[in-house]
Ligand binder design. Structure first.
Ligand code: FMN
Ligand code: 173
Length: 386
């Protein structure tokens, strides 16, 4: 894949022929059209967050407090967005953050497969959620040559956890991303207002219902008694993890282990000291806790605390310039969440590919114009706090 800015040129050329792009070019328009395409319940689930959504807003607004310093006379057509992550060379620094129940966003209900196919088409890795409508093996098979990562919601039953991780390893996922901030779901007024959760639960349990250890805990198979199976899942969904659990988690796999939701530099330092391979700075897109600080504002201190460790970031990334800022502030790769779910709602795989390519095209052209042609060129000296 060459320069993603070429995408811009394709669109300009189509425009000269009078063609309007099939999907929105601005994030605000993407969001507006996705709202129209989704049912009110799906919209409130995807777009909503915790409390009155101040953290969610802060995640986005905080990007405005940082600015990139243009550097001239080092312009080049030779640009390169590639990065190395856990031993894999990726064409771009973008990741698709895990989105549970994304099946409700697409017309055919197979949102995880649409995401996997978009990963195959773009080289942007998918972090596959534990909460999917298709089992992780089926999702892995659609990712083509693009490495995939598996996100674990750690169940209270340790043998189920072990089974999920073992299956992810066997299915070819290249890292285990353990989400720390969602052992219980946060206070989400929009979901409570639409009474969404029962509908969601029935549609995201394929990894459990296909799991031999989970099934062994049931009196009857899930297809015979789905109600009891859902109850068994709800009772074991989230293990409140502590420092004492890290060695056990580490022992479950030889794959790199990444902790998602770390925001404090002391937590990052201790996790790395205890053998974790990656730190994923995230506030879960403001869905879990309200009244907090923005993820991007946590990044510089975490980067400084663990200078030699892979650091990922998500929460509030909406554009190529947001990606560039996150890279300059210390991320090795950058996750995007809601925007690609909105793309899925508008056009399945095509809609997701459009959203990813737009973000990448903007990042490519910004790096080209401002004199930072490769990812290693972007460091803290490229940024000013406004
Ligand atoms: C609808 C939805 C479902 C999500 N489900 C998961 C999940 O299953 N596992 C997880 O670790 N994070 C989940 N997240 C959080 C995302 O991985 C990511 O942290 C967040 O969306 C990033 O913020 P952004 O939406 O502002 O880009 C979900 C986010 C959304 C919007
Ligand atoms: O909505 C989320 O962000 C999420 O991670 C989740 C957690 C439990 C059930 C459904 C989704």
């Amino acid at each position: 894949m060459a320069n993603f800015g070429d995408r811009q040129n394709e669109i300009y050329l189509a425009g000269l022929g009078g063609q309007v792009p099939a999907y929105p070019m601005s994030y605000d328009e993407l969001e507006r059209r996705a709202e129209l395409a989704m049912s009110p319940g799906t919209w409130s689930y995807v777009a909503g967050g915790a409390g009155d959504e101040r953290t969610q807003r802060a995640n986005r607004e905080a990007f405005d407090h940082w600015g990139l310093v243009p550097r001239m006379l080092r312009a080049t057509t030779e640009r390169d967005q590639s990065v190395e992550l856990f031993g894999h060379r990726l064409p771009t620094p973008l990741l698709m953050s895990p989105i549970g129940v994304i099946g409700i966003c697409t017309q055919d209900g197979h949102g995880d497969l649409a995401t996997a196919r978009a990963a195959a088409a773009t080289g942007v890795p998918m972090i596959a959620s534990t909460l999917t409508e298709d089992p992780m093996e089926v999702v892995a098979a659609e990712q083509g040559e693009t490495p995939g990562f598996f996100q674990l919601y750690c169940p209270t039953d340790p043998e189920v956890a072990q089974s999920l991780v073992g299956r992810a390893e066997d299915a070819g996922y290249r890292a285990i991303v353990v989400t720390l901030d969602t052992w219980v779901t946060g206070w989400r007024p929009r979901d409570l207002s639409t009474a969404n959760f029962p509908q969601l639960r029935g549609r995201c349990l394929a990894n459990y219902f296909s799991d031999p250890v989970f099934r062994s805990r049931l009196a009857a198979p899930p297809d015979e008694d789905p109600g009891s199976a859902i109850l068994a899942w709800a009772q074991m969904f989230g293990r409140p993890l502590g420092w004492d659990d890290l060695a056990w988690l580490r022992s479950l796999t030889d794959l790199p282990v990444v902790l998602k939701g770390i925001c404090h530099p002391d937590d990052a330092r201790r996790a790395v000291d205890e053998g974790v391979d990656g730190i994923y700075v995230s506030t879960h897109g403001g869905r879990q806790a309200n009244g907090g600080i923005a993820a991007i504002d946590c990044l510089p201190a975490v980067r400084e605390a663990v200078p030699d460790t892979t650091v990922l970031l998500d929460s509030g990334v909406r554009s190529g310039s947001d990606v560039v800022k996150a890279l300059a502030l210390g991320a090795d790769a950058v996750g995007v969440g809601r925007p690609y779910a909105f793309g899925a709602a508008l056009g399945g795989t095509d809609g997701i590919v459009h959203v990813l390519r737009n973000i990448l095209a903007e990042a490519d052209l910004l790096m080209a114009v401002d004199g930072y042609p490769t990812v290693p060129d972007l460091g803290p000296e490229a940024m000013r706090r406004l």
